[in-house]
Design a protein around this ligand. Structure first.
Ligand SMILES: C[S@@+](CC[C@H](N)C(=O)[O-])C[C@H]1O[C@@H](n2cnc3c(N)ncnc32)[C@H](O)[C@@H]1O
Length: 445
């Protein structure tokens, strides 16, 4: 594709996204699905540019308003991005906006004027309000400021960078060294070990794992280090009975099966049958099929599941959440989620927490997890649980993972029963895990 045609594609994608406010990934796959002739390199550049427009949404909007420019559409934003971020000169931009087939129409005088005004400026400006600087809607900025205070700009800067690709080595199929060797044989280099998760590998952006032998043989799974740490905090052991109540596509189910050396039993439940089907396929590939049973449930009050009260050594609740911890991968989420969504999610999370707690055997553990950064979905919910459920003992992170205090920064202190992860502090997705143990004395509620 000519450079101008790629730019035109980005503009079209962006305008499509603003009209529907649909999931950005879905917008991209729909676009390329209808244009199979577009090659891999073009797809990568178009997607990257599209995500950058979303990552720079608030600052580009601020600059267009600041320049008194009357449009805020994809074309205006693309021009501003090319000047402010890519430092392109006016003649360079007009060579792409040339009106040739598949390229954007030639620049008009108001656009040339805009380019002149923006030339020499950068995306950031001291005059931008905090919410604009951090690329957050105002309500979310106010909430996150209460949590991170003066660290919020650094936190959000980390969320605004694309994430590298993390892998988990499936110990049922080999060692970390085996996986590195296999990936290198497939021409993949610059493989790093993840700093905290013992079976994690980190790869540069843009590597296609799905074609590698290690992936096809079930030796590796794609999984962010935060999720791997969550699995570590479940502390699954061979022979245990585990309930993964919101198992979805099975990322954490498989991690636990690997920790259990394939011995024991994991009941993987979800309300979404398609995700469980996917989990079944992945379990087979990972060689973990024998210890995992998938079961679709109506919801957390499912009558079949209710009969399993007080049965499990571990109950993992990786609850449905706002997903705001995955902003590195899903930068558009912040513009789609509202305060009302958070309240609805919190009500559901609270019901799932209560139902999940009832399934834990005495001496067993309840693990609550989200990939959200919102205190309402995390600390607030857990504080209420701790107040109401004296039959559960909060388990300090240092007790479950004795070497964590040395290696993993635990914000709030190692004695807390929860761990909050962030790309700024840990280099992972934003994630929250809390762990409780049912005491022998407590009564099942
Ligand atoms: C965060 S995702 C789980 C991700 C999964 N654990 C993994 O590691 O790949 C949350 C899951 O909860 C499921 N879910 C939603 N409501 C539920 C409910 N009431 N009971 C059980 N699962 C539910 C969703 O279908 C979704 O798959």
């Amino acid at each position: 594709m000519k450079p101008g045609a790629r730019i035109a594609a980005v503009i079209e994608l962006y305008d499509g996204w603003t009209q529907t406010r649909d999931d950005a990934d879905r917008v991209i796959s729909g676009y390329f699905g209808n244009r199979r002739y577009i090659g891999g390199g073009d797809r990568r550049e178009i997607s990257e540019r599209f995500y950058n427009l979303i990552r720079h949404q608030a600052r580009l909007g601020w600059w267009l308003a600041e320049c008194g420019y009357e449009f805020q559409d994809g074309r205006a934003r693309m021009i501003a991005e090319l000047v402010l971020q890519d430092k392109r000169k006016a003649e360079d931009i007009s060579s792409m906006f040339n009106g040739e087939e598949f390229c954007p129409n030639p620049l008009h005088p108001a656009e040339n004027h805009l380019i002149n005004k923006l030339t020499g400026k950068t995306l950031d400006h001291d005059g931008q309000p905090g919410a604009v600087k951090t690329e957050l809607p105002k309500w979310l900025y106010a909430e996150l400021l209460k949590l991170h205070h003066e660290n919020l700009p650094a936190e959000m800067a980390a969320y605004n960078q694309p994430a590298k690709l993390d892998l988990r080595v499936n110990r049922l199929q080999g060692t970390v060294e085996d996986a590195i060797k296999s990936l290198e044989a497939d021409g993949i280099h610059n493989i790093e070990r993840t700093p905290y998760a013992p079976n994690g590998l980190r790869l540069p952006l843009g590597v296609n794992m799905l074609v590698t032998a290690a992936y096809k043989d079930g030796l590796i799974e794609i999984q962010d280090e935060a999720s791997q740490i969550c699995v570590r905090l479940v502390d699954a052991k061979p022979g245990m009975h585990i309930l993964d109540m919101c198992a979805g596509g099975g990322g954490k189910t498989l991690g636990m099966a690997s920790d259990m050396r394939g011995k024991g039993h994991i009941l993987a439940c979800d309300t979404h049958g398609g995700r469980l089907d996917n989990s079944r396929k992945r379990a087979k590939r990972a060689g973990a099929g024998d210890c995992i049973q998938q079961r679709i449930i109506a919801d957390e009050r499912d009558s079949w599941l209710r009969n399993k009260s007080g049965f499990f050594d571990r109950v993992l609740l990786d609850v449905p959440c706002s997903g705001l911890g995955t902003l590195r991968r899903n930068p558009a989420l912040r513009w789609r989620i509202g305060q009302r969504d958070i309240r609805t999610l919190m009500a559901n999370q609270s019901k799932i927490l209560k139902a999940g707690a009832a399934k834990v055997t005495k001496g067993g553990r309840l693990i609550y997890a989200t990939c959200s950064i919102m205190p309402e979905e995390n600390e607030r919910l857990i504080e209420t649980f701790m107040r109401d459920r004296k039959d559960f003992r909060p388990v300090p992170i240092s007790e479950i993972w004795p070497d964590a205090p040395k290696s993993v920064p635990v914000p709030g202190g190692k004695d807390k029963p929860w761990l909050r992860l962030s790309p700024n502090v840990h280099g992972t997705d934003g994630f929250f895990v809390a762990v409780f143990e049912r005491t022998a004395k407590g009564k099942v509620k």
